[in-house]
Design a protein around this ligand. Structure first.
Ligand code: ZN
Length: 124
C-alpha cells in the first residue's frame, strides 16, 4: 500500500513535470505563431512568456486562446504549481488521491474521477 502523499513518486513526478511543461510550451508556441502575424512577438518571447508564466499571464495572452486551450493551459499550469507545492496527485475538491491510471491519462487533471463525474453531472 502506498503511504499517504506518495501516489506519484519523485521519478514519476519529474516525468509528469516534463510532460506538463512540454504541453504548455506547445500552447505558447502555437500562440506565438498567431501573434507574430499580428506583430509584437519576437523569437524568444515564447520562452519569456514561459518564464513569467509561473506567476502571471497577460489578459491578452489568455484571451487569445480558445476556451478549450485556455482551460487546458490553466489546468496544466495549476498542475505544475501543485508539483512545486508537493500536492500533485491530490484531488482539489475532496483532497483524496487521484488514481494513477487517471493521472497517466490526464496528468493535469485537478479532480479525482468521482469529483469529475459529479461536476459533469452538475453541468450537464
Ligand atoms: Zn475528489
Amino acid at each position: 500500500m502506498p503511504s499517504k502523499g506518495s501516489v506519484v513518486n519523485k521519478k514519476e513526478l519529474e516525468i509528469v513535470k516534463k510532460t506538463l511543461q512540454e504541453c504548455r510550451s506547445e500552447i505558447i508556441e502555437k500562440l506565438s505563431d498567431v501573434q507574430s502575424q499580428s506583430k509584437i512577438i519576437e523569437t524568444d518571447i515564447a520562452q519569456d512568456l514561459a518564464d513569467k508564466a509561473e506567476s502571471s499571464y497577460t489578459k491578452e495572452f489568455l484571451l487569445s486562446l480558445s476556451n478549450a486551450e485556455r482551460e487546458e493551459f490553466l489546468q496544466i499550469d495549476a498542475a505544475l504549481k501543485r508539483i512545486t507545492r508537493g500536492e500533485y496527485g491530490l484531488c482539489q475538491s475532496c483532497q483524496k488521491e487521484i488514481g494513477k491510471k487517471r493521472l497517466r491519462h490526464l496528468p493535469w487533471t485537478p479532480l479525482c474521477i468521482d469529483c469529475q463525474e459529479k461536476s459533469e453531472s452538475e453541468t450537464a
